[in-house]
Design a protein around this ligand. Structure first.
Ligand code: NAD
Length: 300
């Protein structure tokens, strides 16, 4: 089986690429290395450097002839999307349409697309299921959402099968701590450096943290199942920032220094996914506990 992973030099994409290599798939990675890193690449995977926004994707897919396409590449930062909405849309929206146009003309059996909790915006009810209202609060949220409609239309008009996976807060080794790194990566990095953790607000705000290997498993499950469907990929377990710090402290065996700062404007208070649809239809479930995931993250 031949698989092409866009964004395969990034955090999540590199874990998917690793799993594909380990499964013996002929693995190709397409990435412009803008936030991805060369050291995340595996020698067993073929690497093509290019920008989704202007690379000759039709020629590329005609050459590779992948059976499956896992589309992880994106401009994945909310602040960057606010600073430069044009570039954000160029990569996330137009880049995806260019990829679908190329996939339509090759014999791709399915496109699996990495979407985000950002498509929902501020939750009006918890847990968030797939039919929860979708009102993105950021340009990034919009640019991750719009391709979901293109995927559906490419399926309906041209018979190109797809599955959309909306990820909760993903964490694990290789996640970068700067920028939009995510609180787990930022905390793990500060702990390793012996620095103080900054908590915005009272620390009781909650998120649904999912370990990266569980996201990889969802992607592999989606190759076979869930065509034409959208799935939330999280744990269904809420964890507050204070609980997260406690979990780190339990692993370390000692308290960590922390400071409480004013809440950040625009931060969502609570977010939690309802994951029953993925459990049922993808025959998938998250396996890695927070304690185990944090242990693996800290020791990476
Ligand atoms: P990442 O920044 O580590 O990975 C993105 C990859 O895409 C990088 O390797 C980058 O170099 C590449 N890329 C960016 N622009 C490109 C372009 N124009 N052409 C080719 N390659 C390009 O981020 P990640 O956290 O691994 O995110 C992977 C996917 O998951 C993204 O689509 C993101 O929107 C989605 N997602 C991530 C999270 C999370 O918690 N990390 C949550 C929800 C959704």
């Amino acid at each position: 089986m031949r698989i092409l992973i866009t964004g395969g030099a990034g955090f999540i994409g590199s874990h998917i690429a690793q799993a594909c290599v380990e499964k013996g798939f002929e693995t190709y990675i397409f990435d412009d290395l803008s936030t991805g890193r060369e050291e995340n690449l595996f020698p067993e995977a073929h690497f093509i450097k290019g920008d989704l926004a202007d690379a000759p994707l039709e020629d590329l897919l005609a050459d590779i002839q992948p059976d499956y396409l896992i589309h992880e590449a994106a401009q994945a930062s909310v602040p960057v999307s606010t600073k430069d909405p044009c570039r954000d849309a160029e990569i996330n929206i137009l880049g995806t349409v260019r990829l679908l146009e190329a996939a339509k003309k090759s014999n791709v059996k399915k496109v699996v697309y990495a979407s985000s909790a950002a498509v929902y915006g501020n939750p009006v009810r918890l847990p968030i299921d797939e039919s929860h209202p979708q009102h993105p609060l950021s340009f990034y949220g919009v640019s991750k959402y719009v391709p979901e409609f293109y995927l559906d239309l490419y399926w309906k008009h041209f018979g190109l099968p797809y599955t959309v996976l909306r990820y909760a807060n993903v964490y694990g080794p290789r996640q970068v701590a700067h920028g939009e790194g995510g609180v787990v990566a930022i905390f793990a990095d500060k702990i390793k450096r012996g620095e103080k953790l900054s908590v915005y607000g009272d620390g009781d705000q909650t998120r649904d943290f999912i370990y990266v290997s569980d996201v990889v498993a969802a992607n592999l499950a989606a190759l076979e199942r869930g065509t034409g469907e959208i799935f939330n990929i999280g744990t269904g377990i809420p964890t507050s920032v204070n609980q997260l710090i406690k979990a780190f402290e339990e692993i370390l065996g000692h308290p960590v220094e922390k400071e409480y700062l004013p809440p950040r404007e625009g931060d969502i208070r609570d977010s939690l996914f309802h994951i029953n649809k993925a459990v049922k239809e993808l025959a998938w479930s998250p396996k890695v506990s927070l304690a185990e995931g944090l242990r693996r993250t800290l020791s990476s």
